[in-house]
Design a protein around this ligand. Structure first.
Ligand SMILES: NC(=O)c1ccc[n+]([C@@H]2O[C@H](COP(=O)([O-])OP(=O)(O)OC[C@H]3O[C@@H](n4cnc5c(N)ncnc54)[C@H](OP(=O)(O)O)[C@@H]3O)[C@@H](O)[C@H]2O)c1
Length: 262
């Protein structure tokens, strides 16, 4: 018996990077996977990869910064597979709606661009809340649900230059603890993963701030950046499977021990 057999999972930001790694791992563990990101071709490709490996998946084009698209994505999952057991809120926008960026760009706190603040929050904390609201009735009804949100060590440590990103990521952790407190009585766990993994977003951050990021990478206790498939898959599967049913409200550090740095 695979650990996610007969479970329905939505993974946002699953066209590449960490979301893709998690979607593939869920497919291997027997979940029916809704692969969601903005770009239709990439979500279709990842869904096909899952089906080609013997799993079940559909691709859904969804911009998490658009409320109607979030609710439509959950509706599509329910129409196709009957319910939702697992939600992974992994997508996160950077920059502004008019000028999206592949990662954060250094901006002093006092110069914070309020359009960036709004867009970063809308595609981060607000999008996570929208998805959680949309899946909640289904999870409550079946007295079972697994929600995994994504934050960052950058927010916890307060990396300079990342004001908007740090703030929305810490809001996501507060949202997670609050929902964990309220929804535990319905058999729903809500947890956070804080990753440091080699992805396009990480590479873009490295390109924008090479000295800062290289120095950081060298100081990671494990002396490497994690892999979105090999390192993210197992933890995301565990947090979505019955083995973690008594764990909620937590932040799981998937960053090679980086949080131990002074
Ligand atoms: N990589 C790291 O080391 C690291 C560190 C700390 C936190 N994180 C967090 O981990 C999560 C995943 O990051 P990643 O490194 O895997 O990023 P990534 O490689 O850039 O992938 C991001 C994915 O999200 C999708 N996406 C972006 N904006 C979206 C939107 N508005 N609506 C729907 N999908 C959207 C992208 O596809 P489309 O462009 O097709 O939509 C892509 O599939 C993020 O929450 C990030 O903040 C990552």
């Amino acid at each position: 018996m695979k650990s996610l057999e007969n479970k329905v999972a939505i993974v946002t930001g699953a066209g590449r990077g960490i979301g893709r790694g998690i979607a593939l791992a869920y497919g291997r563990e027997g979940a029916k996977v809704v692969v969601a990101s903005r770009t239709k071709s990439t979500v279709e490709d990842v869904a096909k990869e899952i089906r080609d490996a013997g799993g079940e998946a559909i691709g859904v084009a969804c911009d998490v910064g658009q409320r109607d698209q979030v609710f439509a994505c959950v509706q599509k999952a329910v129409e196709t597979y009957g319910t939702v057991h697992i939600l992974v809120n992994n997508a996160q926008g950077f920059g502004t709606e008019d000028s999206p960026q592949p990662s954060t760009v250094f901006m002093a706190c006092e110069d914070t661009d309020e359009n960036e603040w709004e867009y970063t929050f809308r595609t981060g904390a607000t999008a996570s809340l929208w998805f959680m609201k949309a899946v909640f009735p289904h999870m409550k009804k079946q007295n079972y649900g697994k929600i995994i949100n994504f934050a960052s060590s950058s927010g916890q440590m307060g990396f300079p230059g990342n004001t908007c990103y740090n703030s929305t990521k810490e809001a996501i952790r507060a949202l997670t603890r609050t929902a964990a407190n309220e929804w535990g009585q319905y058999g729903i766990t809500v947890n956070v993963i804080n990753p440091a993994l080699e992805t396009r977003a990480f590479d873009a951050w490295k390109t924008a701030r090479p000295d800062f990021v290289e120095a950081l990478k060298e100081r990671i206790p494990m002396r490497r950046l994690g892999d979105p498939e090999k390192d993210a898959g197992p933890l995301a599967v565990f947090l979505a499977s019955p083995g973690s049913d008594y764990m909620t409200g937590g932040t799981f550090m998937l960053e090679g021990g980086m949080h131990t740095l002074p």
